[in-house]
Design a binder for this molecule. Sequence first.
Ligand SMILES: Nc1ncnc2c1ncn2[C@@H]1O[C@H](COP(=O)(O)OP(=O)(O)OP(=O)(O)O)[C@@H](O)[C@H]1O
Ligand SMILES: [Mg+2]
Length: 264
Amino acid sequence: MSSGSSLSSADELLKYRLNARYGATPVLREVEGRLAAGEIAALVGLSGSGKSTLALALQRLLHYRGGRVDGSIVLEGTELMGLSESAMRSIRGRRIGYVPQSPGTALNPKLRVRTLIDETWSAHARGRMDDAARQTLLERVQLPGTGAFLDQRAGELSTGQGQRLLIALAILHGPALLIADEPTSALDAITQAAVLRLFAELNRELGTAILFISHDLLSVASIAHRVDILHEGSVVESGPPGRIFGEPVHPFTRDLVDAMPKRP
Ligand SMILES: Nc1ncnc2c1ncn2[C@@H]1O[C@H](COP(=O)(O)OP(=O)(O)OP(=O)(O)O)[C@@H](O)[C@H]1O
Ligand SMILES: [Mg+2]
């Protein structure tokens, strides 16, 4: 059985230890985590516990939200904290894919699907994608690859379609790490399950490591190899889903497990 401590540095994709604050208010306190290549780790915490703050901090984007970060973020052997903004821009979208919390605000509603794909492509690649490549990408996330769909504007998509499109854009350049911030919380139960299966499939087929952020312990249990529990800005417990469910140690984790719906 593998454990965090037996992880060889060759397998290690991401390792971080961070503090984050907004003004004088600390939000993350010595939050530590690591991800092996190809691993799915879930970060679970209540609303306001600092999940989106961590997602942005790991990409060195927190200053856009008025936050400050200190600590260390090592991705593929490179310390990100010391990198220039232009070096970070070449990493974001290429080595780190990001699925933000809400498709409604993340996609410009006036832009057509084709334009959104092309803009994402040209951020890190030359030339143009053709319709066959766009079709392959859309079908990868179970969206129609038709010309009619490519002509639709983002504002005309359903929330589930918008969420799938965000995932397609996030994997376009084949990132080693995908950070997904509550990618299923706005979806109905059936669509939620389908999008979770899609993440598991992308992980299996492309080998993409995923940091899957959620407030819902139950929904991540089926896909995560490891669960980190975030409570009041600190990771209070970390382990495989079976252990977290079966033998929760921290009182907060026990409350989370107890609050889960039980089978009748
Ligand atoms: N720009 C900001 N300025 C000040 N405080 C902020 C700012 N953004 C977030 N916060 C505070 O930081 C804390 C963590 O916010 P964050 O968005 O990271 O939580 P979250 O775990 O993602 O919550 P949710 O599940 O609701 O998305 C909250 O108390 C929030 O009010
Ligand atoms: Mg959030």
